[in-house]
Design a protein around this ligand. Structure first.
Ligand code: SF4
Length: 441
């Protein structure tokens, strides 16, 4: 009989993707996924260290798991992901109930590591500094049968002064185009309709390889794969997004009209201190060009409030950029110092109450913009990919527009996994409501 596995995932898409790989590999060892921690024989925490809060959450969860382990000494507790990569051995000191710690580049070694834990009934630690991105276990559990993530480049070379990723995921390593295309062809054969190409900075794809295929060319190759109807990608660094890529987005019919382009701040002084490599003017000129080339493009972004030394004037400039771009959605973060990063050693930290005030202000402005943009879509027709029953109302279906907006609608047919045309009848803050328009009418 199989054993039960629970995986708790914190942080970004990259971690979610890694968790799918972890589950796939462990299913190959006869583990089956459970959400009930009390039934689990093994619990893995795939951790994130991008913010202090995410790190605190992991250690409080480990505190709760300690009690579970007291009742079930055979329970295996593992910590992986970014905290494991940075803290390594010290996790065992902080949380002695942990049996296994492995880094972001060690996932494929899981069968060996699990055997070692079981054999030794003791602690196992594996933290690699480098790996070959083309050698990856094909066993991946995928949560969706319709949309899949495909990693194309791992790591980051940018060393933004607030960010821990180059320390947790290493330098950029692109997977070979043939390995990526084979994986996507396999997904198309299994019926997947949409792929999201994943990387910390997808625009750097290929720069570390000698085969001369850049990101735009990779997109053109994915476009040729029959069965795949939609292509998305995250994340794009504003300094690296090229005119060639903008034209590829315009010309390739499967590439969706949505771009996540993290601006982080509207102030040139702060952007410089963050080491982002662009000014607000350069950023805005790229956004203008994207909007003029790609009709209806939706743009989302990340913003950090309260970077050390951020003055009222700097913050005003972030407010201004929000209003100028009119983002479709934003991910807002309050700055928190991360170990090893340059920004952590800066003085002049912004008090928490001011960070909170600025956070709330941006959120309020963005809500107005999002609502207005979603209302403007009322009456229009959108092509959507149907994902399945709506989480809020199981009698309805939920689907996604090319611009990455969620639409809920009723249908008397089960059209999960199919493309459909919907008339948008209501634009809300978090989702839209639609009505099916029969194709061919
Ligand atoms: S581009 Fe900057 S923020 Fe993004 S992962 Fe790399 S270092 Fe971090």
């Amino acid at each position: 009989m199989g054993r039960n596995l629970a995986v708790l995932t914190y942080g970004c898409q990259m971690n979610k993707y890694d968790s799918e790989r972890i589950v796939g590999i462990l299913e190959g060892l006869d583990f089956q996924l459970t959400e009930d921690l009390t039934l689990a024989d093994m619990i893995l925490l795939n951790t994130c260290s991008i913010r202090e809060k995410a790190e605190q959450k992991v250690f409080s969860q480990l505190g709760r798991l300690k009690r579970l382990k007291e009742g079930n000494p055979d329970l295996i507790i593992g910590v992986c992901g970014c905290i494991a990569q940075i803290e390594g051995d010290s996790i065992f000191q902080r949380a002695p109930q942990v049996d296994l710690v492995f880094g972001t580049l060690n996932i494929d070694r899981l069968p060996y590591m699990v055997r070692e834990v079981e054999k030794k009934r003791g602690r196992v630690l594996e933290i690699a500094e480098d790996c070959n991105p083309d050698i990856q276990s094909p066993l991946t559990f995928r949560e969706s049968r319709i949309r899949a993530w495909v990693s194309i480049i791992q790591g980051c070379n940018n060393y933004c002064t607030y960010c821990v990723v180059p320390y947790t995921r290493g330098r950029e390593r692109s997977r070979s185009s043939s390995v990526i295309l084979d994986e996507i062809r396999g997904l198309a054969e299994q019926g997947y309709k949409e792929v999201t190409l994943l990387g910390q900075n997808v625009n750097s794809y290929g720069k570390d390889r000698s085969d001369d295929i850049d990101f735009s060319e990779l997109l053109s190759m994915v476009e040729e794969i029959d069965g795949i109807e939609r292509i998305r990608f995250v994340t794009s660094h504003p300094k690296d997004i090229s005119v060639k890529l903008m034209y590829a987005m315009r010309d390739l019919s499967k590439v969706c009209e949505h771009l996540h382009l993290p601006v982080q701040s509207g102030s040139d002084r702060i952007l410089d201190m963050m080491g982002r490599g662009y000014t607000s003017e350069e950023y805005l000129s790229k956004v203008d060009r994207l909007k003029s080339l790609i009709s209806g493009i939706a743009i989302s972004t990340d913003i950090i409030v309260g970077f050390p030394g951020e003055s009222d004037d700097d913050f005003k400039k972030t407010e201004e950029i929000l209003r100028k771009v009119e983002y479709d959605s934003i991910f807002l973060f309050k700055y928190s110092p991360r170990p090893e990063t340059l920004a952590a050693s800066l003085s002049n930290h912004v008090p928490t109450d001011i960070k909170e005030e600025r956070f709330d202000r941006l959120l309020m402005i963005q809500k107005e913009i999002t609502l207005k943009k979603n209302r403007d879509m009322e009456g229009g027709i959108e092509e959507v990919l149907v994902e399945g029953p709506s989480k809020k109302d199981r009698k309805k279906l939920t689907a996604r527009t090319r611009s990455n907006k969620i639409v809920n609608f009723s249908s008397n047919r089960d059209i999960k996994g199919e493309m459909a045309d919907l008339k948008i009848v209501r634009g809300g803050l978090y989702s839209l409501d639609g009505e099916v328009i029969e194709r061919g009418c």
